[in-house]
Design a protein around this ligand. Structure first.
Ligand SMILES: [Zn+2]
Ligand SMILES: [Zn+2]
Length: 157
């Protein structure tokens, strides 16, 4: 697997109205207990707008990990809407990706970009569902299963 996957964008600046379509599967590194067992399906459209590189499209990836509430295993399809503007002349103080090498001059590191976009779009950890009840503070039972004597009829919202 090739971790470096850079795209030379100089051609985009060579003429107006050009665009570059990325349609690839990108393998991602896991992050804080969240694994990405399959490559991220990445469909992006790159253009130059006002000397900025405009990146629009979407990323779909399967995330696996523990529910932050009840610690159950969770698999979740994430869809990331992408609408980014990168400045190739890089004022790194305002570039959200400035601490990395996503964009060096006109070379875009596609793997890094997708990784960052997915990680920044992750919610505060995975949840098995929007109404996960978590674990009982007294006995540690998974409250979603109802096997806890402390949770009878009690709901604190
Ligand atoms: Zn849960
Ligand atoms: Zn309990």
């Amino acid at each position: 697997m090739n971790r470096m996957h850079t795209i030379e964008l100089a051609g985009l600046f060579a003429g107006s109205g050009r665009n570059l379509v990325v349609d690839e599967e990108i393998a991602l590194d896991g992050f804080e207990g969240i694994a990405f067992p399959q490559p991220a399906r990445t469909q992006l459209n790159l253009r130059v707008v006002d000397r900025l590189i405009a990146i629009d499209g979407g990323i779909d990836v399967l995330a696996q990990g523990e529910c932050v509430g009840c610690l159950d295993d969770v698999s979740r399809e994430l869809h990331v809407e992408v609408s980014e503007r990168l400045d190739p002349d890089g004022d790194r103080s305002v570039d959200p990706f400035g601490e990395t090498n996503v964009l060096v001059g006109t070379r875009l590191d596609l793997v890094d970009l997708v990784q960052q976009l997915v990680l920044t779009s992750l919610p505060m950890g995975l949840r098995c569902g929007p109404d996960c009840k978590g674990l009982c503070g007294e006995c540690g039972a998974n409250l979603n299963t109802g096997n806890c004597p402390h949770s009878n009829g009690e709901s604190r919202g």
